[in-house]
Design a protein around this ligand. Sequence first.
Ligand code: SF4
Length: 179
Amino acid sequence: MMKKLLLHACCGPCATYSHRVFEEAGWNVTVYFFNPNIYPEYEFVKRYVELKRYCGKSGLPLVFDFENVELTPGQCSACYGSRLKKTAAFAKENGFEAFSTTLLISPYQDHELIKKTGENVSDEMSVDFVYDDLRTGYRESRIISREHGLYMQKYCGCENSFRQMNERSKKNERLATTA
Ligand code: SF4
C-alpha cells in the first residue's frame, strides 16, 4: 500500500508541480491548506478557491484548516513554524506517514530556513518531513498554472508583504511617469 504524505500548500500555483514530484516518488498525496495570515481576507479566499479548483480538476484530496494565529507580519521564521507545526500535527492525528510543503518550490522564500524548520518540527513531533529542492520546477509550475488559468499572486501573503508589493508598484508607477 502507498504511504500517505500530507502536503502543505500555500496556493494553487505552487501545488501544481510539487504534488507531481511526490507522487512520482511513490507517495499518496493529500493537499493541506493552512495559511491563516494571508492578507487581506479576499486574497485568503481567492488563494484557497484557486487551490480547490486545481485539486478538483486533478483529483487531489484537499483539506482546509484554519485557526486564528497571532503572528507578527514579516516574521518569516514564526510563519513557517506555525504552518509546518500545524501540518505535522494534522498528519500525525490522521495517519499520514509524512508531511512536506510547497513552500520549498519558491525561489523567493528562505529555502534553507524552511528546510530546517521542517526538520525541527519533524524531530519535535515525530512525523517524517520529506524534503525536496522543488525550486528546479518553479518555472514549470508557472507554465502548468497558466495552462489551468490559475490566479498567480504577486506577493507572499501577510500584511507586511502586501504593503511591500504596493510600495513597489507605486515606485514603478512614479518611475514610469518620470521616464
Ligand atoms: S513574507 Fe511570507 S513567509 Fe514571511 S511572514 Fe509574510 S507570509 Fe510569512
